[in-house]
Design a protein around this ligand. Structure first.
Ligand code: IMP
Ligand code: MG
Length: 182
């Protein structure tokens, strides 16, 4: 285990099981000729989850990317959402967008993005998050698909970072508090 990790919260096997379950739900809900599923990966944290999820989905998918920032340095939220990389597509009114997010904390990022993409004219917009910290909500928001609810702990790995570090860990681990208090 990495020395900055206190304990493993979700092992590779648990993550694989969670994503298998989500993919089966999505296959069921997005079946049909009238659907055009666009998986929208929110960079950078969702990149590992997105890669695993898209391999397990069997209905046709297209993929795209947006990058937003809501966090300042470290573990404290800034409360505002900035679009760093926008979505430019001419076919949005026929796209059934599934926003693929790593984790919901305050709820601001997904609440904002969902409304933004609806206003841009997407055919439908739903949200899928690997992790959810419901205790941390500052705005009312519930994702349509949730991998796992987790307690109010700062987690890293499987795409999630602490100051851009630890994204490449193959599991989700709880960061040692001594790492961010120093
Ligand atoms: P929200 O807008 O507060 O819901 O923030 C969601 C974003 O905050 C996520 O996409 C992550 O980038 C970041 N975030 C929230 N909690 C954690 C965590 O425990 N570890 C790493 N990043 C986190
Ligand atoms: Mg993120």
């Amino acid at each position: 285990m990495h020395p900055d990790v206190e304990r493993v919260l979700l092992s590779e096997k648990e993550l694989d099981d969670i994503i298998t379950r989500l993919a089966a739900q999505l296959d069921r809900d997005y079946a049909g000729e009238d659907k055009k599923l666009l998986l929208l990966c929110i960079l950078k944290g969702s990149v590992v989850f997105m890669g695993e999820l898209m391999k397990k989905i069997t209905v046709p998918v297209e993929i795209d990317f947006m990058r937003v920032s809501s966090y300042g340095a470290g573990t404290a939220t800034t409360g505002s959402v900035n679009i760093i990389l926008d979505l430019h597509r001419k076919d949005l009114e026929t796209c059934d967008i599934l926003i693929v997010e790593d984790i919901i904390d305050s709820g601001r990022t997904l609440a904002y993005l969902k409304q933004y993409l609806e206003l841009k004219g997407a055919h439908s917009v739903k949200t899928c998050t690997l992790l959810d910290k419901p205790e941390r909500r500052e705005v009312a928001f519930e994702a349509d698909y949730v991998g796992r609810e987790i307690p109010d702990e700062f987690v890293v790995g499987y795409g999630l970072d602490y100051d851009e570090r630890l994204r490449a860990l193959p599991y989700v681990g709880i960061l040692k508090p001594s790492v961010y208090s120093k």
